[in-house]
Design a protein around this ligand. Sequence first.
Ligand code: SAM
Ligand code: SF4
Length: 318
Amino acid sequence: MKLVDSFGRHIYYLRISVTDRCNLRCIYCMPEEGVPWIPHDEVLSYEEMTRIVKVASQMGFSKVRLTGGEPLVRAGLPNFVRMLLQIDGIEEISLTTNGTLLKKYALELKQAGLQRVNISLDTLRADRYRYITRRGELQDVLDGIEAAHDVGLSPKINVVVMKGINDDEVIDLARQTYKGWHVRFIELMPFTSAAEYVPAGELQQRIELQGALEPCSLNGNGPAEYYRLLGATGTVGFIAPVSKPICLFCNRMRLTSDGQIRSCLLSDEGVDLRGPLRNGASVQEVTQLILRAVAFKPESHPLLESGSLKAHMSCIGG
Ligand code: SAM
Ligand code: SF4
């Protein structure tokens, strides 16, 4: 089955936030004191999430990305990967993580069948990493990247660029592609007033002063545009949700850890699946609820008009 939304977009990618909790407090994502956590009994169990993915797979979803909060703070993630891969029609499971716990779990995740991992790292400087994350240790992430690479999880590094905070490291980070890293620069979205964003086009120009960027592709590209510096084995990618929204090609839906299905990262519209599921909803009923959420999928997001966002990224899953 092929699921197509009201604007003709093929929808087949589900991002699941397995938890809203996190071991870091990145300045662009959460306030220092954290956010009120969703009570445990309101968080979907892995079995409940698996039931939803089974229905979604029958509707045409084939790719799942696990995110959070920090997905690796929730116990049993490798086993959840196994549960998902047993579902007919699910072809790929990937993970977005801050990488701090990845050294411990990389091998187990790979053995469970995880295909790919995106690791968030905004700086190569330990003091700056502590400032941005308010508590993290850079070395833990570097160890996580190495472990992911060693077990074949093909890590991509996501860098959120903030004016005056880490934009002076763009060249250093791009140079890591000479040693095989895939580095993607992401425009800061205004979830908090942490800093101003730097347009991706400007970042590209700065990197091009150091060396030509040849366009290339990486795993079908998704929301990013990819380039290669001459002689580099890794790639430089740009994701521009602010200056160049890619809504036209958006193929995703999101499931929050408390069981809301949402059609857009930047929209508050969600459809509750947890209540109906716990009240014994049938496959047909869950299908209808997912279709209702797909029907809410906006043509484009309101970021540029409103200039700021209410929700916390950690709750919706990035
Ligand atoms: N904790 C995991 C992590 O940090 O990778 C997964 C969840 S996090 C919300 C997912 C992604 O969203 C991360 O790459 C993070 O850098 C990005 N993100 C969070 N807040 C953002 C913002 N205000 N603008 C752009 N990206 C943001
Ligand atoms: Fe946690 Fe990821 Fe948000 Fe940082 S970006 S606070 S690691 S959820």
